[in-house]
Design a protein around this ligand. Structure first.
Ligand code: HEC
Ligand code: HEC
Ligand code: HEC
Ligand code: HEC
Ligand code: HEC
Ligand code: HEC
Ligand code: HEC
Ligand code: HEC
Ligand code: HEC
Ligand code: HEC
Length: 290
C-alpha cells in the first residue's frame, strides 16, 4: 500500500510540467468552465506560490507523460475512481489545504470511509456559490449520501434545514472533528448553544440531564413529537422520574397497577407545573416550577 503510493507519486514526479497553455490546446472547454471558479481567479491572476502558478498542474500534477499518451492510466492525477490512488488525489488538495478546517481530516470517519475531496467538491465548474461543491448546496451535497437524514428532517418537528435556513454544516464539520458524529462544537451542548444561547445558562437551579446532553430529551434531526422530543410526554420525564414524592400520587393511566389517573397530567403534563425544564433562575425554582 505504502509502496504503491510511493510508486504512484514517483511516477507523476518523474513527469515534467508543461504549463496551462499546453493543457488548453486539448482541454479548451474544461479551461473555460474552470475560468469561473475561485481557484482560477486565484491561480491565474493572483498566484501566491510556485505551486499556484502551475494552475491546472497544481492539482493534476505534471502533465508531460499524459501529453505523450493521454489514455495512459495514472499518467495524470484524474480524481476519478479509476484514475489513481485515493491518498494521492487527496494529497494534491491537502498540499494547500492542510490544517484549518482539515486539522482532523486524517482519521475522521469520512476519511476512513474512503471519501475523496472530490466526492463533495468539484473545482472544475462553479456550481455552488461558495465552497466549490459538486452540487448547488451544502445540504444536497450531504443528502446525496445520507438519505436517512432527509427522511428525518421531514418529520413533524425539525429545524429549518430542508427549508434552507440552516445547513448540515452549521452543526457538522464534514472534514472531521474531535467529537462524536463530526460535530462542530466540543460537545453536543456546545454545538446547540451556538444558536440557542438562552439554554447555556448559568442557572441557579440546573436540571442535570440538560447540562449533561441535550440528546437526553431531543433528537437532532427530526421527531414526530413536539419540540424534537425523543418520546411523548409525560413518558419523557417518567423514564427518569419514577418514584415521585408528589402532593398527589401523580400517575398516568396504566403506569402502575391500581394507580389513579390524575387530571393534572393531561395535556402538557408535567410541564403544567414544572415549566422551567431547562433550568431556573428563580431563587425558589429548585423544583423547576418558576
Ligand atoms: C495532446 C492532447 C492533450 C493534452 C496536451 C492534455 N490532455 Fe488531458 N486528456 C487528453 C485526452 C484525449 C483525454 C481523455 C483520455 C481518455 O479518455 O482516456 C484526457 C484526459 C484528461 C483528464 C482525465 C483523466 C482521468 O483519469 O479521468 C485530465 C484530468 C486531464 N486530461 C488533464 C490534463 C491536464 C491538466 C493537462 C495539462 C497538464 C492535459 N490534460 C493535457 C488530451 C490531452
Ligand atoms: C483546484 C484543483 C484543480 C485545478 C486547478 C484544475 N482541476 Fe481539473 N479537475 C479537478 C478535479 C477535482 C477533477 C474531478 C472532477 C469531477 O469529479 O468531476 C478534475 C477533472 C478534470 C478533467 C476531467 C473531466 C472534467 O472536466 O471533469 C479534466 C480534463 C481537467 N480536470 C482538466 C483541467 C485543466 C485543463 C485545468 C486547468 C485549466 C484544471 N483541470 C484545473 C481539480 C482541478
Ligand atoms: C496550489 C494550492 C491549491 C491547491 C492544490 C488546491 N487549492 Fe483549493 N484553494 C486554494 C486557494 C488559494 C483558494 C482561495 C481562493 C480564493 O478564495 O480566492 C482555494 C479555495 C478553495 C475552496 C473554497 C472555494 C470557494 O469557492 O469558496 C475549496 C472548497 C477548495 N479550495 C478545495 C480544493 C480541493 C478539493 C482541491 C483539490 C482537488 C484544492 N482545493 C486544491 C489553493 C489550492
Ligand atoms: C463530506 C463532504 C466533504 C468532503 C469529503 C470534503 N469536503 Fe471540503 N467542504 C465541504 C463542505 C460542505 C464545505 C463548506 C462548509 C464549510 O465551510 O464547512 C467545505 C469547505 C471546504 C473548504 C473551504 C472552507 C474551509 O474550510 O477552508 C476547503 C478549502 C475544503 N472544503 C477542502 C477540502 C479538502 C482538501 C478535502 C479533502 C481532504 C475536502 N474538503 C473534503 C464538504 C466536504
Ligand atoms: C460520498 C458520500 C458521502 C457524502 C457526500 C457525505 N457523507 Fe457523511 N458519511 C459517509 C460515509 C460512508 C460515512 C461512514 C458511516 C456511514 O456509513 O454512515 C459517513 C459518516 C458521516 C457522519 C458520522 C456518522 C457516525 O455514525 O458517526 C456524519 C455526521 C456525516 N457523515 C455527515 C455528513 C455531512 C454533514 C455531509 C455533507 C457536508 C456528508 N456527511 C456527506 C458518506 C458521505
Ligand atoms: C442542529 C444540529 C444538526 C444539524 C443541522 C444536522 N445534524 Fe446531524 N447530528 C447532529 C447531532 C447532535 C448528532 C449526534 C447525535 C447523537 O450522537 O446522539 C448528529 C448525527 C448525525 C449522523 C450520525 C447518525 C445519526 O443520525 O445519529 C449523521 C449521518 C448526520 N448527523 C448527518 C446530518 C446531515 C446529512 C445533516 C443535514 C441534512 C445533518 N446531520 C444536520 C446535529 C445536527
Ligand atoms: C445554526 C443554528 C442552530 C443550531 C446550531 C441549533 N439550532 Fe435548534 N433551532 C434553530 C432554528 C433556526 C430553529 C427554529 C426556530 C423557530 O422556528 O423559531 C430551531 C429550533 C429548535 C427546536 C424547536 C423545534 C420545534 O419543533 O419547535 C429545538 C428543540 C431545537 N432547535 C434544539 C436544538 C438542539 C438540541 C441543538 C443541538 C443539537 C440545536 N437546536 C442546534 C437553530 C439552531
Ligand atoms: C430533560 C429533558 C430535556 C433536555 C435534556 C433538554 N430539553 Fe429542550 N425541551 C424539553 C421539553 C420538554 C421541551 C418542550 C417544552 C417547552 O417548550 O418548554 C423542550 C423544548 C426545547 C426548545 C424549543 C422550545 C423553546 O423553548 O424554544 C429548544 C430550542 C430546546 N428545548 C433546546 C434544548 C437544548 C439546546 C438542550 C441542551 C442544552 C435541551 N433543550 C435539553 C426538554 C429537554
Ligand atoms: C435523562 C433523565 C431525566 C429526564 C428525561 C428528566 N429528568 Fe428531571 N432530573 C433528572 C436528574 C438526574 C435530576 C437531578 C435529581 C437530583 O439531583 O436528585 C432531575 C431533577 C428534576 C427536578 C428537580 C427536583 C429535584 O429534586 O432536584 C424536577 C422538578 C425534574 N427533574 C422534572 C423533570 C421533568 C418535568 C422532566 C420531563 C420534562 C424531567 N425531569 C426529565 C433526570 C431526568
Ligand atoms: C400539579 C402540579 C405538578 C405536576 C403536574 C407535576 N408536579 Fe412534580 N412537583 C410538584 C410539586 C409542588 C413538587 C414539590 C413537592 C415537594 O417539595 O414535596 C414537585 C416535585 C417534583 C420532583 C422532585 C421531588 C420528587 O418527588 O422527587 C420531581 C422529580 C417532579 N416533581 C417530577 C414531576 C414529573 C416527572 C411530573 C410528570 C409526571 C410532575 N412532576 C408533575 C408539582 C407537580
Amino acid at each position: 500500500m505504502v509502496l504503491g503510493l510511493l510508486a504512484a507519486v514517483l511516477d507523476v514526479a518523474a513527469a515534467e510540467y508543461i504549463g496551462e497553455e499546453t493543457c488548453l490546446v486539448c482541454h479548451q472547454v474544461s479551461g473555460e468552465q474552470f475560468g469561473h471558479t475561485r481557484h482560477a481567479g486565484a491561480f491565474r491572476t493572483n498566484a501566491q506560490t510556485e505551486l499556484e502558478r502551475r494552475v491546472c498542474e497544481s492539482c493534476h500534477g505534471p502533465g508531460s507523460d499524459h501529453q505523450l499518451d493521454p489514455t495512459a492510466p495514472g499518467a495524470i492525477v484524474g480524481f476519478s475512481s479509476d484514475s489513481g490512488d485515493l491518498e494521492q488525489q487527496n494529497g494534491m488538495c491537502l498540499a494547500c489545504h492542510q490544517g484549518g478546517g482539515r486539522t482532523h481530516w486524517a482519521g475522521s470517519i469520512h476519511e476512513a470511509a474512503d471519501l475523496a475531496c472530490s466526492d463533495c467538491h468539484n473545482p472544475m465548474v462553479r456550481v455552488s456559490v461558495d465552497s466549490a461543491l459538486r452540487v448547488s448546496s451544502i445540504n444536497e451535497t450531504c443528502l446525496s449520501c445520507h438519505q436517512q437524514q432527509r427522511l428525518e428532517f421531514r418529520k413533524r418537528s425539525h429545524m429549518p434545514v430542508l427549508e434552507g435556513v440552516m445547513t448540515c454544516a452549521d452543526c457538522h464539520q464534514p472534514h472531521g472533528s474531535p467529537t462524536r458524529a463530526l460535530l462542530r462544537g466540543e460537545t453536543v451542548n456546545q454545538t446547540c448553544y451556538e444558536c440557542h444561547q438562552e439554554r447555556r445558562g448559568p442557572f441557579i437551579w440546573e436540571h442535570a440531564p440538560v447540562r449533561e446532553d441535550c440528546m437526553n430529551c431531543h433528537r437532532p434531526h427530526g421527531s414526530n413529537h413536539e419540540s424534537l422530543l425523543v418520546t411523548a410526554q409525560p413518558f419523557l420525564c417518567q423514564q427518569c422520574h419514577m418514584q415521585l414524592r408528589h402532593p398527589a400520587a401523580l400517575q398516568t393511566p396504566g403506569s402502575l397497577p391500581g394507580a389513579n389517573f390524575d387530571a393534572r397530567l393531561g395535556n402538557r403534563s408535567c410541564r403544567n407545573c414544572h415549566t422551567q425544564i431547562h433550568g431556573s433562575n428563580h431563587p425558589a425554582g429548585a423544583q423547576l416550577m418558576r
